[in-house]
Write a protein that binds this ligand. Structure first.
Ligand code: MOS
Length: 744
C-alpha cells in the first residue's frame, strides 16, 4: 500500500470529519493480519472443549469419564465436582457489566438449558480435546422443559423495570378517553441468534496471580471487572484484550459464562487455554433475542389521529438470566398520542440466557407498531406516510422533553421521493409481473441516541505523528476509522499520521460497545483529549522564547499541517517537542454527558420503504428494493455509516423473512443449529438498498453532533417488508418470519 504523505486537497485535515474515509484497518483485515481472539497462540497453549447438557431441565446424576480419560492427549477435566468455587459477581447493569447468566458455570448439578456447560476437557490439541469430549457420558434426571410460551404461562410475572434502565410498565393519560375506531392485533417474533462471523473465543493465561485473556468481546473493561469479582483478584492484575471483534450485535456485550470457564481452566491446569465455541454452540450456548407475543391495540379518530395505544408484550426470559425484549418503548415515544398503556410480562424458558440483539425492543416493537399503523391506514383509507405525519411527535410524548433534534419529516419526504411512493396504488394485489405480485410498504425507524462517559489519551510523538488510545472496540463498525478522523481533524494532521489503538483493558476507560453509543461517547472523548494535548502544545510554544509563536495566546492559534499556526507565524509539533526535550506531549480526557440529558430527549429516526416480489405459486418473498433515510445527527463517515445502515437493513430482511431458532419440546433442544437450517440473508437475497442521511448535527448530544448508527438500521425493516407483503398479496402476516408456508 502506497503511503500518502501529503494530503490531497480534498483530504485536508480540517474537513476529515464528515468525509468518506476508507477503513484504516481494512488492509489488515483482507490480508489476515488482523488478529482475532482465537488467532493468538501463546507459549505452551492447550485446548479446551466444553461438554454441554443434552437436556434442558433437571439434574446431573453422573458424569462418566472413564473412556474419555484414556483418550490421547488428555490433560484432564473440570466438572461441578472438581471445579473451584467462585465468587458471585454483582448483578446490576446500571453499575457494572454483568454476566449473561445469573449462575456461575460448573458450580452445581442443576441443568437450566440444553447447551449448558457441564464439563470441560483439556487436551494438547483441539482435535484430541474434541475426540475426548465425545467419549464423556453424562446421566441426567430430566424434567419437562419449558421452551414455549404455552408451557410456561403459570410462571409469568410483570417486571418493574427493564434491566434497571427504564420502567417496564407505563401509563399516561386516560385509556377510557380512547375514542374512534379501535384495532386490536397480535404480533409475534421468534427467538433469533446473532450469528456474528467470529464465533465467541477466549485465550486465557495466568502468570502467578495475573490473568491475561484474549477475548472476542464488546467490553474489555466490563470483562475485567467481572473477572476481578469472580476470581477475587484486583483489576490491575487482569488484562483483557480484543483488538478486533468479528461482529457482536449484542452477543458479546455481556460477560460470557464460557469466558469464566476458560479462565478457570487455565488456572486449574496451570496452562494457557484456548476455548472457541463452534457454530452449533453459538445457537445453544450464547445469548439470543427473546421471543415475543405482542398484543397491540390502536384507537384513532376517523381523520387519523391516534387517541390511544395499548402495547402489551409477553417476552421470553430464562431460568438462567433476566433479559427480556422491551418492545413497548417505541409505542410510548414514537407518535403523539395522549393515552398510552405499555406493559411487559415475562415468561421464563429453559434456554441459554436471553440477551440484547441489535436494537433490542425497537426492532421487535417497531415490527408490531408499524404493522398495526399500516393496518390502520387501510381501515381509515389514509396513506401510511400521511397517517404517520398526522401523529408526528414534536416533542417526546412520554417525558414531554423537546427532542435534541428531529428531522423525521425530512426522512419521510426524501424517502417517498427516492422510492417513488406517490405512484403507489394502495389497493392490495394491484401490481403483478408474470407470476409475481409486487408490493410496496413503509415504516418508521427509531433508536435512542445514547451517550455514556468515556476516556481517551492522545499522545503527540517526537516524529510529528499522534497515537490515540482508548479501551473501546471496533466490532466491525468502523471505530478505528472514525476515531482516526476525529483525532486527525482536531490535531490538524493527515489521517496517515494518526494511529488509534484500542481493545485493551489497560487503556483509558470506555463503555460497552453497545447501544450505538461509541461514536458519541468515545468519539467525543478522543476529540476532547486531542484538544487537551493541543492546548498543552500551544502553551509550550507560547512560553518558549525560541518559538516563532512566543507570546501568542493559544486562542489565537490553530492546529494545521503538523503544527500550530497563528496569523503571522508557525511552529511544528516536531520542533516544539525537540526544543522542550520531551519524550512526547500527552493528555488524557474523560468526556461525559451532562445536564443536557435532563433537558432533551435524544432519538434517531428514519423512514424505510421496501418493495417486494411475492411468487404467487411458491409463496417466496424477495425484497427487490429498500430505501432508508436516516436522521442520526452528524455523519462522521458516510462510507462506514452507510455500511452500518446497510448491514442493519440486511439483518432486518433476515428478521422479516428467514431467521427463527426452533426448539423441540421433548428435550428442549435448539434444532436449527447451523446456517442451513437457520438461514440468514446472503448476497443473492439482497437487491438494491439505498441509504441516505439527513446529516444535520445534533446540537446537544455532544460537540461532535453525532448520535450513532449501529442499530437503527434494523428497526422498521420487518414492518416495512410485512406491509409490502400485505400490499402485494392482501395477506397480513403477523408472525415473523414471513416464510412461504404463511402465504400459501
Ligand atoms: Mo447492542 S444489541 O447494544 O450490542
Amino acid at each position: 500500500m502506497a503511503t500518502i504523505l501529503v494530503p490531497k486537497e480534498e483530504e485536508r485535515p480540517s474537513e476529515l470529519v464528515g468525509r468518506s474515509v476508507s477503513r484504516v484497518e481494512g488492509r489488515l483485515k483482507v490480508t489476515g493480519e488482523a488478529h482475532y481472539a482465537a488467532d493468538y497462540d501463546v507459549d505452551s497453549l492447550v485446548y479446551a472443549v466444553v461438554i454441554q447438557s443434552t437436556i434442558a431441565s433437571g439434574r446431573i446424576i453422573k458424569i462418566d469419564m472413564k473412556e474419555a480419560e484414556r483418550a490421547p492427549g488428555v490433560l484432564g477435566f473440570l466438572t461441578h465436582q472438581n471445579a473451584p468455587k467462585l465468587n458471585t459477581p454483582i448483578r446490576d447493569f446500571m453499575k457494572e457489566s454483568v454476566m449473561d447468566e445469573k449462575f456461575l458455570p460448573l458450580q452445581d448439578d442443576v441443568i437450566r438449558y440444553a447447551g449448558q456447560d457441564v464439563a470441560l476437557v483439556v487436551a494438547d490439541t483441539f482435535e484430541n480435546a474434541s475426540a475426548a469430549a465425545s467419549h464423556v457420558k453424562v446421566t441426567y434426571e430430566e424434567k419437562k422443559p419449558i421452551v414455549e410460551f404455552n408451557d410456561g404461562m403459570a410462571q409469568a410475572y410483570k417486571p418493574e423495570s427493564f434491566m434497571g434502565f427504564r420502567p417496564a410498565q407505563i401509563k399516561r393519560g386516560d385509556m377510557t378517553l380512547s375514542n374512534g375506531i379501535k384495532l386490536e392485533r397480535t404480533y409475534t417474533t421468534p427467538v433469533e441468534h446473532h450469528n456474528p462471523m467470529e464465533p465467541s473465543s477466549w485465550v486465557a493465561s495466568w502468570n502467578g496471580n495475573s490473568l491475561t485473556i484474549y477475548n472476542s468481546t464488546q467490553w474489555v473493561r466490563g470483562n475485567r471487572s467481572v473477572l476481578s469479582q469472580v476470581f477475587g483478584i484486583p483489576v490491575d492484575k487482569i488484562r483483557v484484550i480484543s483488538y478486533f471483534t468479528g461482529g457482536g450485535f449484542g452477543s458479546k456485550g455481556f460477560d460470557s459464562v464460557h469466558e469464566i470457564v476458560a479462565a478457570l481452566a487455565a488456572r486449574h491446569f496451570l496452562r494457557p487455554i484456548k476455548l472457541s465455541l463452534s457454530r452449533q454452540q453459538l445457537f445453544t450456548s450464547t445469548t439470543h433475542r427473546p421471543a415475543t407475543i405482542q398484543n397491540l391495540s390502536l384507537s384513532a379518530t376517523r381523520d387519523g389521529r391516534l387517541t390511544a395505544i395499548k402495547h402489551d408484550t409477553i417476552s421470553q426470559i430464562t431460568f438462567s438470566g433476566d433479559f427480556f425484549e422491551p418492545c413497548g418503548g417505541v409505542s410510548a415515544e414514537l407518535y403523539a398520542c395522549p393515552n398510552v398503556e405499555i406493559s411487559h410480562t415475562v415468561v421464563p424458558f429453559n434456554t441459554a440466557g436471553t440477551g440484547a440483539m441489535r436494537a433490542p425492543g425497537e426492532a421487535t416493537g417497531s415490527f408490531a407498531l408499524e404493522s398495526a399503523l399500516d393496518e390502520l391506514s387501510y381501515e381509515l383509507k389514509i396513506d401510511p406516510v400521511e397517517l404517520r405525519m398526522m401523529n408526528y411527535a414534536n416533542e417526546n410524548p412520554e417525558d414531554g422533553n423537546p427532542w435534541s433534534s428531529k428531522y423525521l419529516d425530512e426522512c419521510y419526504g426524501l424517502g417517498s421521493t427516492q422510492f417513488g411512493w406517490t405512484r403507489r396504488n394502495p389497493e392490495p394485489r394491484s401490481m403483478k409481473q408474470g407470476r409475481h405480485f409486487l408490493g410496496w410498504g413503509m415504516a418508521t425507524a427509531m433508536y435512542p441516541g445514547i451517550r455514556s462517559p468515556a476516556a481517551a489519551k492522545v499522545r503527540i510523538l517526537p516524529d510529528g505523528r499522534a497515537l490515540v488510545t482508548s479501551a473501546t472496540h471496533d466490532i466491525g463498525t468502523g471505530t478505528y476509522t472514525i476515531l482516526t478522523q476525529i483525532a486527525a481533524e482536531t490535531l490538524g494532521l493527515p489521517i496517515e499520521k494518526v494511529k488509534v489503538e484500542m481493545g485493551d483493558s489497560s487503556m483509558p476507560f470506555a463503555p460497552v460497545s453497545g447501544g450505538s453509543a461509541t461514536a458519541a461517547s468515545v468519539g467525543t472523548a478522543v476529540k476532547e483529549s486531542a484538544l487537551a494535548a493541543l492546548n498543552k502544545t500551544m502553551l509550550l510554544a507560547a512560553g518558549d522564547t525560541k518559538s516563532p509563536l512566543y507570546g501568542v495566546r493559544p486562542e489565537d492559534m490553530i492546529a494545521e499541517e503538523g503544527g500550530i499556526l497563528s496569523e503571522r507565524s508557525s511552529d511544528s509539533f516536531v520542533e516544539i517537542i525537540r526544543r522542550n526535550k520531551l519524550p512526547f506531549i500527552e493528555a488524557e480526557a474523560t468526556a461525559a454527558p451532562g445536564e443536557e440529558q435532563e433537558k432533551f430527549s435524544f432519538m434517531s429516526f428514519g423512514s424505510v420503504f421496501a418493495g417486494v416480489m411475492v411468487d404467487s405459486e411458491l409463496g417466496e418473498v424477495r425484497v427487490s428494493r429498500v430505501v432508508g433515510v436516516y436522521d442520526v445527527g452528524k455523519v462522521i463517515n458516510p462510507k462506514t455509516a452507510r455500511s452500518q445502515l446497510i448491514g442493519g437493513i440486511v439483518m432486518g430482511i433476515g428478521m422479516a423473512l428467514m431467521e427463527h431458532t426452533v426448539y423441540e419440546r421433548v428435550h428442549g433442544r435448539a434444532i436449527t443449529t447451523n446456517l442451513a437450517d437457520y438461514t440468514v440473508p446472503v448476497n443473492a437475497d439482497i437487491n438494491k438498498i439505498d441509504v441516505e442521511f439527513i446529516d444535520k448535527p445534533d446540537p446537544h448530544i455532544s460537540s461532535l453532533g453525532a448520535r450513532g448508527v449501529g442499530e437503527i438500521g434494523i428497526t422498521g425493516v420487518a414492518g416495512a417488508v410485512a406491509n409490502a407483503v400485505y400490499h402485494a398479496t392482501g395477506k397480513r402476516v403477523r408472525d415473523l418470519p414471513i416464510t412461504p408456508d404463511k402465504l400459501l
